[in-house]
Design a protein around this ligand. Structure first.
Ligand SMILES: *Cc1c(COP(=O)(O)O)cnc(C)c1O
Length: 391
């Protein structure tokens, strides 16, 4: 079936591999990338992204849920896969079936795994100050006791930072305090004779702001996709990261408006003079935030076209007055480049009042994910088996 008929995401495999190389350079062989491919790889397409990463030498992945881990295995991913979130005890059997590593989210959860009795690979998470998941770092006895549980095959030990993106002095102090807490517990474990585990602490902003504290892995998500969370974020390291995702849609109809005519649900836009408008085959069910109604732009033929009227579930309208030669069936770009113009994910997120992580991870399942290699776009089904290249 033709996959670029309506709305689709083009992934630059080249840029993704480029970003992997940038991070490998920063980590300098001391530390390995654990790619965060949760939430469908931040909307990019977890299967597509993970296969490219595996080809680029990445051997470790983390996901949010059991189901996301199973999806990777069913698509043929061979690397280690860590489930960061809670898995219900009734589903523990699936961890074994798909050879997934489970996070021990606290000491009570370690008890559940003990009761289950079968040997399961786990990483122990400790709470060094974020207070979301992990056993509290102060409870060293409880943490140490996890190593006494026969059914836990403990291969890793980690924590998560919560203000590593901020350069404010109090946030830097807090992060250094979290890092100290993590290091101290790691050192105490080693002093107790326990050292056969991999430690990891930093995610994207951790690596970019605190690269001297890389442990065995860095769990990198957003920056691996070539972007930061906000346009205005500044980081100590500024590697040349290249965006992986382009979001495109078809122009489904072009029409003229007379002065005074309104557009869309609620008629929230009214033409003050004659306009030419286009309707696009993308809407909030595809992940376009509804608060971009009458707000923000898309790119058409290398020009910025303002969004007019309310974003609908499956469609939206833009003003293309003055843009030469726009025809039905041509493409509009919501995130990415067109001619000399570019709308970055960070701009798109800023217009809708949030961060790139959110807008990208909310891109729905409806847009096709296509992998762009130089000169071609490869379909994922072609990627795994017989290859079909289309222009
Ligand atoms: C999502 C997540 C990451 C990746 O975070 P980025 O900021 O996208 O790099 C790392 N670790 C944990 C525990 C996470 O939940």
């Amino acid at each position: 079936m033709y996959k670029m008929g309506r709305t689709w995401i083009e992934l630059s495999g080249e840029n993704l591999i480029w970003n992997v190389k940038q991070f490998n350079k920063i980590l300098g062989g001391r530390s390995q990338i654990m790619a965060a491919v949760k939430a469908n790889a931040y909307g990019h397409g977890a299967v597509e992204v993970s296969h490219i990463l595996e080809e680029a030498g990445v051997e470790d992945f983390c996901v949010a849920s059991l189901e996301e881990g199973i999806q990777l295995r069913q698509s043929g991913i061979k690397g280690r896969v860590l489930v960061l979130g809670y898995t219900h005890p009734k589903a523990f059997v699936e961890l074994l079936r798909y050879d997934l590593t489970q996070t021990v989210v606290d000491a009570a959860y370690a008890e559940k795994l003990k009761q289950y009795g079968k040997k399961i690979k786990v990483h122990i998470e400790i709470d060094t100050g974020m207070h979301r998941l992990g056993e509290r770092f102060e409870r060293f006895e409880d943490i140490l006791a996890m190593w006494q549980i026969d059914s836990l095959e403990i291969t890793g030990f980690f924590s998560h930072l919560c203000v590593a993106d901020s350069n404010a002095e109090t946030d830097r102090d807090y992060t250094l305090w979290q890092i100290r807490n993590f290091s101290q517990v790691t050192a105490k474990l080693k002093a107790a004779g326990i050292s056969n585990f991999k430690a990891h602490l930093l995610s994207s902003y951790g690596v970019l702001n605190y690269p001297e504290y890389c442990f065995d892995y860095a769990r990198i998500g957003i920056a691996l996709y070539g972007i930061l969370s906000n346009e205005t974020d500044t980081t100590r390291l500024k590697p040349d990261l290249r965006p992986v995702l382009t979001l495109k849609t078809r122009i489904q109809s072009v029409r003229d408006l007379k002065a005074g005519e309104g557009v869309g649900y609620g008629l929230t836009y009214t033409a003050s003079c004659p306009r030419t408008i286009a309707s696009l085959s993308i809407g909030y069910a595809d992940g376009i935030p509804r608060n971009l109604s009458n707000h923000g732009w898309v790119l058409v033929n290398g020009f910025r076209a303002p969004i007019i009227g309310r974003i609908c579930m499956d469609q939206m309208m833009v003003d293309i007055t003055g843009i030469p030669g726009v025809l039905t069936g041509e493409t509009a770009v919501l995130i990415g480049k067109s001619g000399k113009e570019e709308i970055t994910a960070a701009m798109f997120a800023c217009w809708s009042g949030t961060i790139t992580n959110e807008v990208l991870s909310r891109l729905g399942s409806r847009p096709e994910r296509l992998i762009r290699r130089p000169g071609t776009i490869r379909y994922m089904d072609g990627y795994l088996g017989s290859r079909k290249a289309v222009r």
